[in-house]
Design a protein around this ligand. Structure first.
Ligand code: MG
Length: 247
């Protein structure tokens, strides 16, 4: 197989930046919303409804930029900006409860085209998979086994309930590496959102961005993506040669 030179350049610059002598990818830490599921437009709709009911002003498309933050952190950010104070614990809980309810009322999000193939390539190459999501939305987390059979073992999942600091903090990915028993030079992060990419970059893992939404690719590069793919289908197709280049 011919190595794509774009991959080699991306991998070499990642290794140089982090002072890695070598790399051997053994685990992939994979985001859920906007990466495995085409769920971001629905999350955005649920957030918009909540904000409108609460009289909190929002800018068009802003929830795509908040993606990756925990619900509590998003609510706190809106409160600070629009009301000049932090959200109380009970506001965070109550407003997030309503947001998840509004999300559930919307049509069920579909798996992202290409996601299943991408996961199959990882499994066949013997790369462990860890789900790393800022979500606490059980309606979606509970569907993973049906939509992506064999992709994620029950004990290989980090959700909003497992972290103190959500993305863009690297904590979720650092905890994901602990589950997979890998070091950053043995780990790949797969993300679609700028804040998630920022967290992946800070964790030291090779950070792959898939652009599945309305955000310009430049935002993902700016956030620290080592490589950006224009869609999940494109990443799925590239995965075998990307993994070869990373070993
Ligand atoms: Mg995402």
């Amino acid at each position: 197989m011919i190595f794509n030179s774009v991959y080699s350049v991306a991998i070499e610059s990642w290794k140089r930046r982090n002072f890695y002598g070598s790399c051997h990818i053994k685990a992939a830490l994979i985001d859920m919303d906007g990466t495995l599921y085409d769920s971001m437009p629905l999350h955005s709709q649920a957030w918009e409804r909540l904000a409108q009911e609460e009289g909190l002003h929002t800018t068009p498309g802003e929830f795509f930029m908040h993606e990756g933050r925990t619900g509590a952190a998003t609510i706190d950010l809106l409160m600070k900006r629009e009301r000049g104070r932090s959200a109380t614990k009970s506001e965070q809980q109550e407003l997030y409860r309503r947001k998840t309810e509004y999300f559930r009322e919307l049509p069920s999000p579909k798996p992202m085209p290409g996601a299943r193939t991408m996961l199959d390539h990882l499994r066949l190459a013997g790369v462990s998979r860890v789900l790393v999501t800022g979500s606490g939305q059980n309606s979606l987390i509970d569907r993973l086994d049906t939509d992506f059979p064999e992709a994620f073992a029950k004990d290989m999942r980090i959700t909003s309930r497992d972290v103190t600091h959500g993305k863009p903090d690297p904590e979720p990915f650092i905890k994901g590496m602990a589950l997979a028993c890998t070091e950053p030079w043995q780990t790949m992060v797969i993300e679609n959102a700028p804040l998630g990419v920022e967290a992946g970059h800070a964790s030291g893992a090779f950070t792959v961005a898939v652009n599945t939404g309305p955000i310009p690719a430049a935002e993902l590069e700016k956030a620290g993506a080592d490589i950006v793919f224009p869609s999940m289908a494109a990443l799925a197709e590239a995965m075998p040669s990307l993994l070869l280049a990373l070993r």
